[in-house]
Design a protein around this ligand. Structure first.
Ligand code: PXP
Length: 252
């Protein structure tokens, strides 16, 4: 199924601030990281303001807003439904908000929103409403598992996009498991449903450079949000060159 727009690269810079927060210093400098990403082909900067503020802080959000605007690029803020986090989102006006589930004890986001649970659905519906009525022109994306029933429920919230959780696919890919094929099949099924309903189909979680040729060849996703691998690889090759390389692969 064809894409609604050409694929783009969202660089998640959370782990630049993981390193900063680990020592409570002012480095690595988030402004410097943003500029290196945006000057080397990132189409979007993604950050996750977590309830426990383990990496990105509230004060980082307007910095990301200002610098992405200066470069005429997109700002995607990932968040759960805590009120103080939503208030910060309202103050910094991201272009996109990606709503994710969040558990304090998790190492990272562990899966998509469970919209099949009525109380979760209601909470997300309220959050979407609050965001739309307080952030002019904001686009909403929902972080979901690749499951048709969940897509049908998600459609009721009229999201501009769904970000498919690729974490389990990524683990299978790295383990060379034969489950990869079944994840790809699920991605194709949900993408077809989303495109038919004019909802953009994004990808995020666990993606590394090695997976991109396979994912790109299938023409499923219009946006790739990649963080942990980029920051890890930057230790060896530098942030700018790593982002440039991925951007070239995605845009080829
Ligand atoms: N998309 C979402 C919704 C996420 O929660 C994360 C992790 O914060 C990412 C993308 C980036 O994932 P990774 O750091 O594994 O590349």
């Amino acid at each position: 199924m064809s894409l609604l727009y050409p694929p783009r690269l969202g660089v998640n810079i959370d782990h630049v601030t993981t390193l900063r927060q680990a020592r409570g210093e002012d480095y690595p400098c988030i402004k410097r990281a943003l500029k290196q990403c945006l000057e080397n082909g990132a189409d979007q900067i993604t950050i996750h303001l977590r309830e426990d503020r383990r990496h990105i802080q509230d004060a980082d959000c307007p910095i990301v807003r200002n610098i992405t605007s200066d470069y005429n690029k997109l700002f995607n803020l990932e968040l759960a439904t805590a009120k103080d986090v939503i208030d910060t989102a309202i103050h910094c006006s991201p272009d996109w908000v990606c709503i994710v589930p969040e558990k304090r004890e998790e190492k990272t986001t562990e899966g998509g929103l469970n919209l099949q649970d009525e109380s979760v659905f209601k909470k997300i519906a309220q959050t979407v409403e609050t965001l739309r009525s307080n952030i002019s022109g904001v686009k909403v994306s929902l972080f979901l598992e690749a499951n048709l029933k969940t897509m049908e429920i998600a459609k009721k919230l009229s999201p501009e996009a769904v970000e498919i959780h690729t974490g389990e696919y990524a683990k299978s890919f790295l383990a060379k498991s034969d489950k990869v094929e079944s994840y790809l099949k699920d991605f194709m099924i949900v993408q077809q449903y989303l495109v038919e309903n004019k909802i953009h189909c994004h990808a995020g979680h666990g993606i590394t450079r090695e997976m991109l040729p396979q994912l790109l060849s299938m023409n499923i996703f219009e946006e790739y949000n990649i963080g942990h691998w980029i920051i890890s690889e930057s230790i060896f090759n530098g942030l700018g060159p790593v982002v440039k390389d991925l951007s070239e692969i995605i845009k080829k």
